[in-house]
Design a protein around this ligand. Structure first.
Ligand SMILES: NC(=O)c1ccc[n+]([C@@H]2O[C@H](COP(=O)([O-])OP(=O)(O)OC[C@H]3O[C@@H](n4cnc5c(N)ncnc54)[C@H](O)[C@@H]3O)[C@@H](O)[C@H]2O)c1
Ligand SMILES: O=C(O)[C@H](O)CO
Length: 331
């Protein structure tokens, strides 16, 4: 059986596929494969290992309904028409948990960087503007005993909350659809309304999935309700905040600063005002970019492919409803 992989992934995954006797073709061009090219490749294969940047919409899935399994190399799956995948009987996998530590580290890094304007200070050194020591200049804010607010306290949010509680004794509040009992017991986290999250957070970090409900959620109205001393962090998806409103919020002092690992669009243009603002820090979507996380993501994606091709349940499946239609699938 044959697998198409839409970007070069670490050997940990490719070796698993090869050991399972699967013939593997990898897209190695230094550009993203177009959807039409992906359809043409997928038509010649039994399984697809794709990226979060590939558009897995109803058009693609209908064209490729012969695929026995699709495994995505990411935890987020806002690029996937899950209902269409289920309707067409295609099990779809993702890579949860193994990237939670790495992504929480990036949220923590951004929080610290913004609190001390670190990216901006670095740019000033490069431009020859170190300046002299002045007691009233270059001042940041401290995080000890402050309040961390998490929008979407799941796997990654939990890891950030652990870091903030351990390092800075931060109080943790969160807004979720349901209670996170583990966070409440382990970290004394308190579930609050969205309005309370905005009003109380000193650092507000977004860890919710992108969905119609969360798209554009952080707009001018929302930023106006945050504390002027607060820091906004988004490592989830760029479409969750409205960029022009965020720039206005930073320029007009509605919030203290912002740290982003995700933007809309990606890549961000080099002349984007956020890249030169003293109170902003931007990274190029590197949340899961550690050797360990990427090796583990490759392994999980390969395991999903192998299970799917053997007619077994995927270890990490985003549409388990697909199995209700096919009683022959075993565990
Ligand atoms: N920057 C990166 O490289 C990177 C890496 C990994 C994940 N991500 C993003 O982070 C997201 C979160 O990943 P995770 O593994 O923590 O997911 P998760 O499912 O464990 O956590 C998300 C939490 O948000 C809650 N939630 C969902 N919709 C909500 C809503 N409308 N209102 C309130 N709460 C809601 C869920 O109940 C859940 O507790 C992913 O979907 C992905 O977009 C980014
Ligand atoms: O959702 C994810 O896993 C990341 O954004 C891609 O690395």
């Amino acid at each position: 059986m044959k697998v198409f992989v839409s970007r070069l992934i670490p050997d940990t995954g490719l070796q698993l596929l090869q050991q399972a006797g699967l013939q593997t073709t990898v897209w190695t061009e230094d550009r993203q494969i177009t959807q039409q090219e992906l359809i043409e490749q997928a038509k010649q294969h039994d399984a697809l290992l794709c990226m979060g940047s590939d558009k897995m919409d109803a058009h693609f899935l209908t064209q490729c309904q012969h695929l026995k399994v699709i495994a995505q190399f990411s935890v987020g799956y806002d690029n996937v028409d899950v209902a269409a995948s289920t309707r067409l009987g295609i099990p779809f996998g993702n890579t949860p948990d193994v990237l939670s530590d790495a992504t929480a580290d990036v949220a923590f890094l951004l929080m610290l960087a913004v609190s001390r304007k670190a990216f901006y200070m670095h740019k000033r050194i490069i431009s020859g503007d170190w300046g002299t020591y002045r007691p009233t200049l270059n001042l940041g804010v401290e995080l000890k005993n402050k309040t961390l607010g998490i929008f979407g306290l799941g796997r990654i949010g939990m890891e950030l909350a652990r870091r903030c509680r351990g390092a800075y004794n931060m109080k943790v509040i969160y807004h979720n659809r349901s209670h996170n009992v583990q966070a409440e017991q382990e970290l004394q986290a308190q579930r609050v309304s969205f309005e309370e999250l905005l009003a109380q957070s000193d650092v507000l970090s977004v860890h919710v999935a992108l969905s119609p409900e969360t798209e554009g959620k952080f707009n001018a109205d929302v930023f106006r309700k945050m504390k002027p001393s607060s820091i906004f962090i988004n490592t989830a998806r760029g479409k969750i905040h409205q960029e022009q409103d965020l720039i206005q919020a930073l320029n007009e002092g509605w919030i203290w600063g912002a740290g982003l690992d995700v933007t809309n669009p990606e890549p961000m243009k080099p002349d984007n005002p956020l890249l030169s603002m003293p109170n902003a820090a931007v990274l190029p979507h590197i949340g899961s970019a550690t050797v360990q996380a990427r090796n583990d993501m490759a392994r999980l994606a390969a395991m999903n492919i192998i299970a799917g091709l053997h007619g077994k349940r995927l270890p990490h499946c985003i549409n388990p409803e697909v199995y209700k239609k096919d009683k022959s699938i075993s565990n």
